[in-house]
Design a protein around this ligand. Structure first.
Ligand SMILES: [Zn+2]
Length: 262
């Protein structure tokens, strides 16, 4: 018995050209951005990613906050204030101060946007990621929104380097999976009834791209991504189902709207 409970939230509906997610893919897609809340019987509320900052819901402030080019490319028109993670947690009866840990797959603007909502939590991020996010290469800098990081030096940051068992009890294990970002990581959740599942974040942007090992144009290193995907495929062969952050059919399978898996 691990005693964990877990629910997912769409913390950032986006409207994007498919070739932004899978190189050379045709068409346009409406996609979710998946975050999760996990309640550990001993250590309390843990978040997996934080989605988009609520400011982006305001069309008058969006361009100044994200930058006009990013706001155009990612199409957050369906993102409303009530999608932001603080409001969604409130609906579940969880206040920001109840959140003990925030785990980040990486620090792109659709994953780290809610960072400043949780000043009392321990924020767990790969060392390579937090350092890169503070001074990204010019070409990838638009997706590291420095406005999201305005409070980062006041936060209790737990830098990790490599795979990490958060509570040394096998319930929540982080695997370092660089490629999409230098310090990208995925989360394996060990649920008593469901067994192990993997919150696979952006190791695949659509199931089709993952299956065919096609990179996305914004991947920081396509070489590192190839290694990561081979590791992820071995995880899948080992019977661990994975849920990609921006795949609509994956999101639909997860418990949401107050429903929990255990
Ligand atoms: Zn993403």
């Amino acid at each position: 018995m691990t005693g964990l409970r877990m629910s997912a939230m769409n913390v950032g509906p986006l409207s994007v050209d498919a070739n932004l997610l899978v190189a050379l893919a045709p068409g346009h897609l409406e996609i979710p951005t998946t975050a999760a809340v996990i309640v550990h019987p001993t250590y309390g509320v843990v978040l997996w990613d934080t989605g988009i900052n609520g400011v982006v819901a305001d069309p008058d402030r969006r361009d100044a906050y994200w930058g006009a080019n990013v706001a155009t490319a990612f199409g957050p028109h369906a993102f409303k204030r009530e999608h932001a993670i603080d409001v969604q947690l409130e609906k579940l009866g969880i206040k920001p101060k109840d959140v003990r840990y925030v785990l980040y797959s990486h620090l792109h603007l659709d994953h780290a946007g809610g960072m400043s909502y949780f000043p009392d939590a321990v924020h767990v991020v790969q060392r390579d990621e937090i350092r890169y996010a503070m001074w990204p290469d010019t070409w990838t800098s638009p997706v590291y929104c420095q406005n999201d990081f305005r409070d980062i030096r006041k936060l209790n940051i737990l830098e990790i380097d490599g795979d990490f068992d958060l509570f040394e009890d096998g319930t929540l294990r982080l695997l370092k999976t660089p490629g999409h970002a230098p310090g990208h990581q995925v989360l394996i959740v060990n649920l008593s009834n469901r067994g192990r599942i993997c919150m696979a974040a952006d190791t695949g942007h659509q199931r089709s791209g993952f299956d065919k090992l096609v990179p996305m144009p914004w991947d920081w290193s396509t070489s590192a991504m190839s290694m990561t995907r081979m590791r992820m495929k071995q995880l899948e062969r080992s019977g661990v189902p994975m849920f990609f952050c921006h795949d609509a059919s994956d999101f639909a399978k997860l418990p949401q709207n107050g429903e929990f898996w255990d």
